[in-house]
Design a protein around this ligand. Sequence first.
Ligand code: MRU
Length: 348
Amino acid sequence: MDELQGISWHDGRVRILDQTRLPEELVALEISDYQGIIRAITGMNVRGAPAIGIAAAYGIVLAVWSLEEADRPAFLQRVNQASEALARSRPTARNLFWALERMRAALMKLLSRPLREIKLALLEEAQRLHADDIERCRAIGRFGAALLPQTTSIMTHCNAGAFATGGFGTALGVIRTAVSQGKKVQVYACETRPLLQGSRITAWELAEEEIPVTVLCDSMAAYAMARGLVQMVIVGADRIARNGDAANKIGTYGLAILARHHRIPFYVAAPLSTFDLEIRSGDHITIEQRAAAEVELCGGMRAVPEGVPVLNPSFDVTPAKLIDAFITEKGIIRPPFEESLTSLQVKA
Ligand code: MRU
């Protein structure tokens, strides 16, 4: 099977599959400057924690790609400017900041070299980071698939698939691996209001590979669990604190409470680049607040009377005590998380 990929580099341009257009159309944006990458991240054309990190890394390459050798004095200033602006695009996903830090560390080792060599080395670093993310997803897939019985049904939320990562996916990587091993998996994809990443993107990815998927409105999750339709929940994450509190798409916390009530295991699949060991708990995770229009409109129609205020937090934090395990590229991490993370000496 060809790898489903949402981001690629083509000769001085970044091609991004426009995730806002799925499932209607599979169209790509061609981006040639870092400001275009910022617009694509804020506009959700590219979304998902690892994917926005990779996009930002390519953004740094674009920021310097067209600089002439003689522009050397402008070079560092340009990188700083781009890096700061990219960091302001979305606040919650740890991977975005992790990728920018990795690009900076690579740059610091190159400073004395000619500009054309630095550009190529930065491109190589962005491509390495991209390829490395796919490898991490594959390892997550292998560790996660071992948790699944021969026949199972899994609820997921939002999209933690190929398009949300460098390719292959985290939560969907587990499902893809299990299916490739001959396991029978029925997926229940919550639609994920307001932007419908579950019904538009997760369902598209799975249907494309003929993995059985049923979409439900977010409000139907309790019904599905109470009826015994769901044997486990697997979701991705945007940032995980040292104590195991995990930020993910709004609605994840509710699913975790429902899963605990129904005695259904709740797993979070994420690469180590999503863990933020500098922060003690989820209380310190910045939650992005997005435009009211995303809630006010539904399917292009007004869903809320004019003038009525709405809430639109993009993420919520699931407390560690509701999470049965993290599925990472280094293995399964079980409670007590802080101890397990320290003993694993998480080094992304
Ligand atoms: O707002 P989004 O669509 O970027 O939110 C994405 C999620 O919440 C994903 O579950 C998370 O980034 C993990 S993607 C592997």
